[in-house]
Design a protein around this ligand. Sequence first.
Ligand code: ADP
Length: 471
Amino acid sequence: MRPVGVRGKLTAWYILVFGVVLACFCISIYVMMESKLLCSVDRRLQTMAELISKTELCAVPNFLPPDFERRLNRIFGTRPVGKFVRVLDLAGEIGSRTDNLEEDKIPVNKDLVRQVVASGEIVFETQYPLGPKIPIRFINFPVKRFNQNKVHGVVQVGTSLEFVRESMRNLVVVFLVLVPSLLFAAALVGFFLAGKAFKPIREIARTTRHITVNNLDERITVPAARDDIGELASTINGMLDRLSLSFQKTTQFTADASHELRTPLTIMQGELEIALRGERSVEEYIETLGSSLEEVERMSKIVNDLLLLSKSDMGHEVTRRDPVDLVTLLDSLLPHFKILAEAQQIELSSSLVEVDTVFGDQLRLRQLLVNLLTNAIRYTAAGGKVDLTLRNIDSGVEIAVADTGIGIPAEDIPRIFDRFYRADKARSRQYGGSGLGLSIVKSIVNAHEGSITVDSVVGDGSVFKVTLPTG
Ligand code: ADP
């Protein structure tokens, strides 16, 4: 998005709208003015015709008084400039007329005259006898005797509409000069204002362009005014916060993953190098290979866990929605853990009541239980207890794994679900933990739209509660 482009587009729209409004305004002024001028011409023609119709000039319509023009001048006090006057009889024959127009120049529309005579109404007419550019407007005024309705002649008073035409032409010239000048001025003002309005956006674009992975903590200055632009700046800043956080996490994750894989590799390398330094007995080779296999298995588990987590991160993993009977699932799992617990002199108890069926992926739910039970046994000392309960609650089914183990310090609790995070590093590594177990538990819980909580007191033990919806 180039700001100048938007600025230009906005100005163009503004000019278009302003131009249309201006055009409408000019057309209305033109039409109104033309009709006003015509009205005033018609009014004047009517006043004159009415006056003439009441004089002796119309007493006998088909008779031309000897000094028609002089008498006419006397009526108006002056000679009516640019006007012609004709008195017609009932058949439309000219009785008297002024000399300023040749008789045949403006032919009498006899049908119209007959219409005026019959109806007794005034009729206006425009003719072009002197060419299409010179319209002549005239009135057909019915002459009636005093107190009678009967028409006995028609007075025609006409005038050229040349000056109306002239006035309208002048108006068009004014419009032609005024409209482009106004549009030009409006374009300048519009372009300037659009530029001013877009300035903060250009600033935002400039700052955003400079932000790369190397300066992800830089932020856009949020304008003081809480308007759309302020909101845009805050939104971009929020996005940068999230990006920065996830970038940090990714970097940390890569570093941790490399570190985790490097440890077994270093161990393996050392053992193999020692084995190769001289001839060894078969037992020694078997021991070295066995130990290397252990390290390979450890790496393989880490790689599998990572693969699983990255799949669920990318959302590629489709969570099945099969009905899962948790009691049956736990019944099949518990015997193995009982053996494991006994080996470490830990008492593993369980209270499994029939619970509602949950819908999900049986294999993944099995892994969730395995991870929680493994941790409970791993972080509980000999003589301790691990208890597993299953029950229905309002929001679904609750699985609780409680132990009397070492507990988790309060400051570590928010981080134990992070990848590769270990609260008790020495112990975790000693038992083969990689810090991925609870991250996997969390991703399984999320995929099933459930929730997980931890209650823990250092030295007393921990309780992990997982709630899975049943609907
Ligand atoms: P690990 O493979 O190290 O066990 P997890 O992701 O499963 O990794 O657990 C993260 C950390 O949380 C562990 O290193 C441990 O410090 C702590 N933790 C998990 N479960 C328990 C528990 N039941 N009791 C005490 N600490 C626990």
